[in-house]
Design a binder for this molecule. Sequence first.
Ligand code: NAD
Ligand code: TDX
Length: 362
Amino acid sequence: MAVRTYLVTGGAGFIGSNYIHYMFEKYGDDIRIINVDKLTYAGNLENLKDVEDHPNYTFIRADVCDGEKMMEIFNENDIDRVVHFAAESHVDRSIKNPDVFVRTNVLGTLNLLNAAKAAWENEDGTFKEDKKFLHVSTDEVYGSLDDDGGYFYETTPYDPHSPYSASKASSDFLVKSYMDTYHFPANITNCSNNYGPYQFPEKLIPLMINNALQGKKLPVYGDGKNVRDWLYVADHAKGIDMVQEKGRLFETYNIGGHNEKQNIEIIYTILDCLREILPDDDPRKANISEDLITYVTDRKGHDRRYAIAPDKIKKEVGWEPDTMFKEGIRKTIKWYFEHEDWMKNVTSGDYQNYYESMYANR
Ligand code: NAD
Ligand code: TDX
């Protein structure tokens, strides 16, 4: 079997690094991975320490907004698959500073589409065989659901509310337009909220774990009853791979495991798990208390509820999650608890300024 070359963008981030681990574990030497990442605050090469010496792994530090560089990477490598994760991904940051979201998420995606199209298109406008582009998107593009029911299907009209989700929706439409106009060989996946190792502690789960371990307040937005549909990150990686190999080209697939939880439920679960996992003689155990829960001003435009209907990916591709929430959240908490140094490193430097600016007067 010929070795297949993957171009992964944003591979030093949370989901990208988990995806690279998943792929090397699954395919070993049968694949080559080129990871293109700008290393923003969210990108961390520590996440990939155990693959950095793999002979089939290459890291290139580059900005997806650098169109010439993207073309150069395609010219120098015979890329078979693109998996495009690179993005600004945090809703709260997008509310404070939307511009970089449009730049990276929209222009960056356009550059990659152009580079892949230039490399893969034949003179007659058809595309070379077995070349595929997968655009990693989110359920947030569909908007917000009511408390009392309904799901996001692939046919649900887009209705983004935050600058983040609007930029992701724009990038999805660009990919759709390349498929419709040029017959560009792509898929889009729209996944629900991920959790697991290597997630930057600006997002709900690692932020609450880190704060609880330090005895810091647990800031709950609004009434704490907003609902997210949580999926263990390795199951997302599996879904992406299955869609690329078994899905129909030009199709969108929603990825989610029917695991809706209110934010406040997640926080109680984290506190319970920490009490269970921490040894009695660990001084951090004394910090773990419901008294840390603090209700703060709500996020602007806060989407109420997300819930994915995964019927299509299940039926057409045969994907189902492997890790149920009870097991996944325990594994995740254990991972953060055992990787104190990772947390210390990512929360040094700019993180304190970020935290102050987001939470100090909330
Ligand atoms: P992340 O913020 O942890 O990682 C993003 C990565 O992209 C980082 O390594 C960063 O350095 C890199 N990056 C940012 N700007 C770049 C640029 N201009 N050029 C090159 N690299 C750049 O994000 P994540 O949570 O891993 O999300 C990955 C993708 O999955 C995003 O497209 C996001 O929209 C999507 N997604 C995330 C979730 C979730 O729950 N986290 C759910 C569904 C979809
Ligand atoms: O301090 C907090 N307090 C709080 O109550 C934080 C950081 C979050 N929240 C709430 C807001 C949301 O209702 O928790 C929920 C989850 O928040 P985030 O972790 O910021 O995720 P969300 O806004 O749902 O977006 C995530 O899922 C979809 C990812 O960040 C996106 O990249 C992905 O597309």
